[in-house]
Design a protein around this ligand. Structure first.
Ligand code: ARG
Length: 457
């Protein structure tokens, strides 16, 4: 397609390093869409004839059908999807096909195609997150008041409700969705098509017409920026990395919860794997792979960022590597979301074990300190000290839950502590009492569940 200037053909390895068709064939839909919009505009502007445009439109439709049917002859010699489709068009319709590339370049073409693809893929990623949010809310609804240890430093800190814990991820994923959709909206702002190679074109093109036909808000207002920028892909990758980080944290919790040492939950058979040597095992491989894939998605962002950050304006072939990275991130992300939905829906939580674990480690000590403050008007620092001494006595007496410590032990430290105070030290009373907005009280959790359900509609 560019051979006129050369006397001999490229080295085989040159072709191998240069060809991107195996990767960018995924842009075929967007490429055809972009070409159709471009040809319509060329005809409307009188740059090509209506007859040529009609032949181009019909030819491109036939090519689309060939690709869908799997009969399109992809060729590495033709480098990429753009040249493959254009060459095939000329093969099918002759002369008119050769006029399609008037007033454009592969540089504005690929920027447009890839932007369209990334916008669509981002919206699908956001839809995936919404589906996961729904699964989480459904599970949270089933166990709004189930009690589990809330951790800081992975040490039992205060009891929380399982519903509250699951909803924490729904909040994270909501911000992820907003970030991903926001990136897609931003990308939709400016259409690169018509920037041509880098400087614009001398043909009287109508860039508003192509921008509108392709669903963009406006034509890009600087041709160098239009062909050289990939921040729309960087933004998508950055947002996906953050979302994948959240999936990874949830995966990590699934690994912990389902380990026999925690035994908070059990993965369904469909989402467990066995060991080839240890028959008792039920391994959480999918959760582990979500963790690993999150790291790779982050690496995709880092790689593209590294590629773009040292490029002088405008286009350089380095940018061709943007697609493999973005496709990988989008594909792995979708798989991670599907796996996470599967795991969450199939988890069986062990209510009794979680409740037990929540009560251990004097997790209601703060509740006692709060009682001393509220009822005895003790300054909080002093209440902290008194409670600390009671915890020490409990430890010495070998009693592992404050609610099980005899009243006399409390009173040995602070005589004004009564049965009513002691009664607030169960994990149930503890979570019920944390009913500030955004708190873990089942009542608050149910409110949030209702809010999410409404939000989903
Ligand atoms: N396959 C190329 C890419 O993805 C298309 C643009 C080629 N442009 C060029 N000046 N060689 O970046």
């Amino acid at each position: 397609m560019w051979g006129g200037r050369f006397a001999s053909t490229p080295d085989d390895a040159m072709q191998a390093i240069n060809a991107s068709i195996d990767v960018d064939k995924r842009l075929w839909r967007e490429d055809i869409e972009g070409s159709k919009a471009h040809a319509d505009m060329l005809a409307a502007q009188g740059i090509i004839t209506r007859e040529d445009n009609a032949a181009i439109q019909a030819g491109l439709d036939k090519i689309a059908a060939e690709i869908v049917a799997g009969t399109f002859p992809f060729s590495a010699e033709l480098e990429d999807i753009h040249l493959n489709i254009e060459a095939r068009l000329t093969e099918r319709i002759g002369e008119a096909g050769k006029r399609l590339h008037t007033a454009r370049s592969r540089n504005d073409q690929v920027a447009t195609d890839f932007k369209l693809w990334t916008m669509r893929a981002s919206r699908e990623a956001a839809d995936g997150l919404r589906a996961l949010q729904k699964s989480l809310v459904k599970r949270a609804d089933e166990c709004a008041d189930w009690i589990m240890p809330g951790f800081t430093h992975l040490q039992a800190a205060q009891p929380v409700t399982l519903g509250h814990h699951l909803l924490a991820y729904v909040n994270m994923l909501e911000r992820d969705r907003v970030r991903i959709i926001g990136g897609a909206l931003e990308a939709a702002w400016e259409c690169p098509l018509g920037a041509a190679a880098l400087a614009g074109t001398s043909y009287r093109i109508d860039r508003d017409m192509t921008a509108e036909a392709l669903g963009f808000h406006a034509p890009a207002s600087n041709s160098l920026d239009a062909v050289g920028a990939r921040d729309f892909a960087l933004a998508a990758l950055a947002s996906l990395s953050i979302a994948a980080t959240h999936l990874s944290r949830l995966a990590e919790e699934i690994v912990l919860w389902t380990s026999p040492q925690f035994a908070f939950a059990r993965l369904s058979d469909a989402w467990s794997t066995g060991s080839s040597i240890m028959p008792q095992k039920r391994n959480p491989d999918a959760a582990e792979l979500v963790r690993a894939k999150a790291a790779r998605i982050g690496a995709d962002f880092a790689a593209l960022n590294g590629i773009v950050q040292k490029l002088p304006l405008a286009y350089a072939k380095d940018l061709q590597e943007d697609k493999a990275l973005t496709f990988n991130a989008i594909d792995s992300f979708a798989l991670c979301v599907t796996a996470t939905i599967g795991m969450i829906e199939g988890l069986t939580f062990n209510r009794e074990v979680m409740r037990q674990a929540a009560a251990q480690g004097y997790s209601t000590a703060t509740d006692l300190a709060d009682w001393l403050v509220r009822e005895l008007k003790m300054p909080f620092r002093e209440a902290h000290e008194v409670t600390g001494r009671i915890v020490r006595r409990a430890e010495e007496a070998g009693v592992w839950e404050l609610a099980h410590l005899p009243l006399s032990e409390f009173q040995a430290v602070e005589p004004r502590i009564d049965e009513a105070a002691r009664a607030t030290l169960t994990v149930e009373k503890s979570v019920e009492s944390r009913d500030s907005y955004g708190g873990t009280a089942p009542e608050r959790v149910r409110e949030q569940i209702a809010r999410w359900k409404e939000n989903f509609e």
